[in-house]
Write a protein that binds this ligand. Structure first.
Ligand code: GLV
Length: 322
């Protein structure tokens, strides 16, 4: 029996990429019925047929309606939105995630670092107001500054390389503090404060686990330098947002570059939009046209393994959460 495959594509996926994805899936699993629902309602309606499901997310209630489901492949690096789903949580359904496709994330972080360093967040606001203000435009230099990377997984390690290439000194936290190229000092998670105290740029690249949810609150934000900038490209729930808004309003820290939020879309009227020391991007740090191709290739590689009965790659340890 060929497995029925259901793929929920993000509306951001261009049609040309969807066509390539369809083709790649057909090649990797010849003859397997492929469902490409356009809406959540359609995904839920077709759930009972699916043995394999893939996507950025699946609608709530999907796994409950999918008794044949054996495997979910997340197009994301973070899988916090999948691990709690019934079926995944109890091990009935294998969950795999996408590794190696998010090469734009370190570039996005560096863009934010350089934007804050060169005060582009202020320049753009001045430009919109037709204001020529040289004092507010005088920036700094990143060479010699310290980047503290919280979470030195694959993306964090690629970021360390870029930051070191720009002349920055890199420190960070990691659960297993083995040496990492381009990182001067690595601290275990319980020595987070040392990184927060020293870094000019604190970059959050952690998965969501019970230990990291709400990890950065008032105490942690106050232990950062008043000149430091927080960058979060992981998940909004790792930072306590109300404390962050206070930190920015009251100057405990100098700025924040945020791609992720507790509530997405970030609702209109949210204070983070209006604070001039904040750069908001709409959860796109990894996304480029080439990213979608890499995601499709990674899924199809696993699909071929599945079809051949071989072990899947990048299986999530659901008890750990990543
Ligand atoms: C996106 O947020 C991802 O985790 O890949």
């Amino acid at each position: 029996m060929t497995p029925t495959i259901l793929v929920v594509a993000d509306p951001l996926v261009p049609e040309a990429v969807r066509a390539r994805l369809r083709e790649a899936v057909r090649e990797a699993a010849p003859g397997a019925p492929l469902i490409l629902p356009e809406t959540d309602a359609e995904a839920l309606e077709r759930a009972p047929d699916a043995e394999i499901a893939a996507g950025w997310s699946l609608p709530e209630g999907f796994t409950e309606r999918a008794p044949r489901l054996r495997w979910i492949h997340a197009f994301t690096a973070g899988v916090d939105h999948f691990v709690g789903m019934p079926g995944v949580r109890d091990g009935r359904v294998v969950l795999t995630r996408t590794v190696g496709a998010h090469t734009a994330v370190p570039e996005h972080v560096m863009a934010l670092v350089l934007a804050f360093s060169r005060r582009l967040h202020i320049a753009i606001r001045n430009q919109i107001a037709h204001r020529w203000d040289r004092p507010s435009g005088v920036g700094g230099e990143v060479r010699g500054q310290v980047m503290g990377i919280l979470g030195l997984g694959q993306i964090g390690r690629a970021l360390a390389e870029l930051a070191a290439g720009a002349g920055m000194r890199v420190i960070g936290t990691r659960r297993t503090p083995a040496p990492v190229a381009h990182v001067e000092r690595i601290f275990p998670p319980d020595r987070l404060d040392e990184v927060l105290r020293e870094a000019d740029y604190v970059v959050v690249l952690l998965p969501v686990t019970p230990a990291t949810r709400g990890l950065l609150g008032e105490r942690e934000l106050r232990s950062m330098k008043p000149s430091a900038v927080l960058i979060n490209v992981a998940r909004g729930v790792i930072v306590q947002e109300a404390a962050l808004v206070r930190a920015l309003r009251e100057g405990w820290i100098a700025g924040a570059g945020l791609d992720v939020f507790q509530q997405e879309p970030l609702p209109p009227g949210h204070p983070l939009y209006a604070l001039d020391r904040v750069i908001v991007t709409p959860h796109v740090s990894g996304i480029t046209p080439r990213f979608f191709d890499r995601v499709a290739a990674a899924f199809c590689d696993n699909l071929r393994r599945y079809a051949a009965g071989a072990p899947l790659q990048h299986i999530v340890d659901v008890s750990r959460g990543y």
